[in-house]
Design a protein around this ligand. Structure first.
Ligand SMILES: [Zn+2]
Length: 417
């Protein structure tokens, strides 16, 4: 391969993924609009027309925003690479710092900061215009800025030493550096999993032990039945930021916690809460969490190996508009262009995720009651204004959860069985 060929390959892939993303979004939009006038017959009794139309409009607004951000991000990537942006930033720091590690760190941080600043208008619009329009956003601008500042500080606290360590290993460990870096990456992520529930999440939200005694009894009985131990049941003040509801587990081993959004507890009756929890337990019992962690680690090992091969090739840098090859630039360029080349992995990952959701639903139906889970899901679809009529192809590509119609239909057959 030479640099011209690699440039051509990169531009083709970038164009192809951008066009595919736009095409899928357009299909999605058209499909939702075409089904806006009528509630799907399976839901006619539980969801009224105004709620269905709210979901259609909300999803359409979000999709339209994606149709703006997608070409913008593609253009940004082009400007950074073949447009000479990364090289320009690298030249800037070349004269400022003499140490190559510090230089590399400065280039990476500059690109990261610039990208997030340029993407900020889209995030602001999503939160303060779209989410607000449908009554979901509860955040003030001050809160948004405080959150951003906290995330930035945390990113610096954890990310800077990690990045520094990675660059150091890449330069000092010879041909097998990717094995060392992978070891550090895995350790770092496991550490983060351990400290997230007790140290990081509380920086953003308040967690109070679940007070409702009858609900607590029910949940404890369910946990016992499923043979599951958790360190605590917590309620999170999710309503501080959004009126979207959810429930989740964090941590692993003996530090596992069950967290309910306050908004979810307000909306669902105890039997429904129990069913939702049983679904989450299903993810654990069917080893979905472990499978996901293991496959992510395996994938990152593959990527690091690939990076180790690419960084030795001059065409890799020159093909992406960089004339001064370095370790840091290889790392930066690789992770910038990775999404362009891994786009086709989306449907595969979505497929596995949906498969896991069906398995967790089946587990919940077995341990509790399929009818309760179905009625909880309908309430959650309605409260989150999730569309009941996604474009099938769009859904196949992106959706981590099965479309509402399919999921409820499956639960109904489980109920009859
Ligand atoms: Zn799930």
């Amino acid at each position: 391969m030479n640099s011209v060929q690699f440039s051509a390959l990169f531009i083709s892939a970038l164009l192809l993924t951008t066009v595919a993303q736009m095409w899928l979004a357009r299909r999605h939009l058209a499909h939702i609009q075409a089904h806006r006038a009528k509630v799907p017959s399976d839901f006619r009794e539980q969801i009224d027309l105004s709620a269905h139309q709210k979901a259609a409009d909300y999803t359409s607004d979000k999709t339209r925003l994606t149709m703006l951000s997608t070409p913008f991000n593609a253009l940004l990537l082009f400007v950074f690479t073949l447009g000479g942006g990364v090289q320009w930033i690298a030249d800037l720091w070349l004269t400022t710092f003499t140490n190559s590690l510090i230089q590399g760190l400065a280039v990476i941080l500059t690109v990261l900061l610039l990208s997030s600043l340029l993407e900020m208008p889209f995030n602001l619009y999503r939160t303060f215009v779209i989410e607000a329009r449908y009554g979901f956003n509860k955040m003030t601008l001050a809160m948004y800025l405080a959150d951003s500042a906290k995330s930035l500080l945390l990113g610096a606290l954890f990310g800077l030493p990690l990045l520094f360590g990675v660059l150091w290993l890449m330069e000092r460990m010879g041909a097998n550096w990717w094995l060392y870096v992978w070891g550090v990456w895995v350790t770092f992520n496991l550490l983060l999993l351990f400290i997230y529930p007790s140290f990081i999440a509380p920086l953003f939200n308040k967690f109070t032990p679940l007070q409702d005694e009858t609900l607590k009894m029910r949940i404890k009985a369910l946990l016992q039945k499923c043979g599951f131990t958790a360190q605590g049941l917590f309620v999170m003040d999710g309503s501080k930021r959004t009126s979207h509801g959810n429930a989740y587990f964090t941590g692993f081993g003996k530090t596992k916690r069950i967290v309910f959004f306050d908004t979810l507890l307000e909306r669902l009756v105890p039997t429904e809460i129990e069913a939702v929890l049983a679904h989450e337990l299903g993810h654990f019992k069917r080893h979905h969490v472990l499978k996901r962690i293991v496959s992510t680690f395996a994938l990152s090992l593959g990527f690091l190996w690939l990076l180790a091969q690419l960084m030795e090739a001059n065409w890799f840098y020159a093909g992406l508009g960089v004339t001064t090859p370095s370790t840091a630039l290889a790392l930066l360029l690789f992770f910038m262009i990775l999404p362009v080349f891994s786009f086709l992995l989306h449907p595969l990952m979505s497929y596995y995720s949906r498969k896991h959701e069906f398995e967790a639903d089946a587990y919940a139906a077995q341990q509790t009651n399929a009818h309760n889970l179905a009625s909880a899901l309908v309430k959650m679809y309605q409260d989150n204004a999730a569309t009941l009529t996604p474009d099938p192809l769009y859904s196949t590509f992106y959706d981590s959860h099965p479309p509402a119609l399919m999921r409820i239909a499956r639960l109904q057959t489980l109920q009859r069985a």
